[in-house]
Design a protein around this ligand. Sequence first.
Ligand SMILES: [Zn+2]
Ligand SMILES: [Zn+2]
Length: 300
Amino acid sequence: MLERIITKIKSLIHGFGLDHFPWEVMFFSIIITSYVLMIEVKFVGWEKSSLKKIIKFDKSTRSDFICWVMDTFNISNVFGFVLSFGVFYFLVGLIQKNFGLNLITHIANPYLQAAIIFIAGDFKNYVRHYAFHKSKILWELHQFHHSATHFNVLTRQRVHFLDPEISRFFDVMVFVLLGSPIYSYIAVRIFKEAHQLIIHSALTSDWGFIGKYILVSPAAHRLHHSTEERHYNKNMGNTFIFWDRLFGTYHPAEPIKNIGLPENKFNKDGYFKDLWKCIIGATNILFHRNKMNILKKENK
Ligand SMILES: [Zn+2]
Ligand SMILES: [Zn+2]
């Protein structure tokens, strides 16, 4: 009986041409998000929980939820690909095909390989995050993530769909230098994802010594989203906080007043208009810069 149902589902999937849909990514996201949501309720109680915020469904949470659906069902990837005309995908593919030092093959131990690629990948994420804060054009896109006015677990997925497209250039660097490990460990993937969800949750713990020197704690990432000027561009690490210590962007965790942007133009006109505002902002800066360069050349 069960076998017949599975065969029926499989033929339906095939019939709709959904064989290539990343089902494992979808189930991974649903399971891990549900699990973190439940753990959070246990630690902070129902009143402060993300689940309560999701049910309340205010404008900021609404965008978080749409982003989560878009990401989980792979819609944002399709969006990013189509709206960037596949340019980033194509260029990164070219780099990947033609360059590759594969340095990781010099290390025989598969555990050591995985550890090195994990740490190198996290450093790449620090550099990428730094670039998205320091470049005016990239900040126009990244500010969408910072426009959430309060944290709930789903804020983790609140990312402009062009963000991962541009991030491909950073991702490919690690691949070009090191290559990929022989094995990738599911435990590492679960840890990384759960950690990202937790640091966007209602938890406010600084994790003591670990939060000071090793991992980005919920309190440290909360500070990264603070509206106070002295907290801008601080704690930009993804998994590890020691990058911030090494490069002078560390700020000790402390209670913060508000989360979001000081002048927040988002969460008023709906999800799609908010994404559009980012694109307009980025193109305005790009064209203004080009115009300035032309004027400079004419004046020479
Ligand atoms: Zn940021
Ligand atoms: Zn964040």
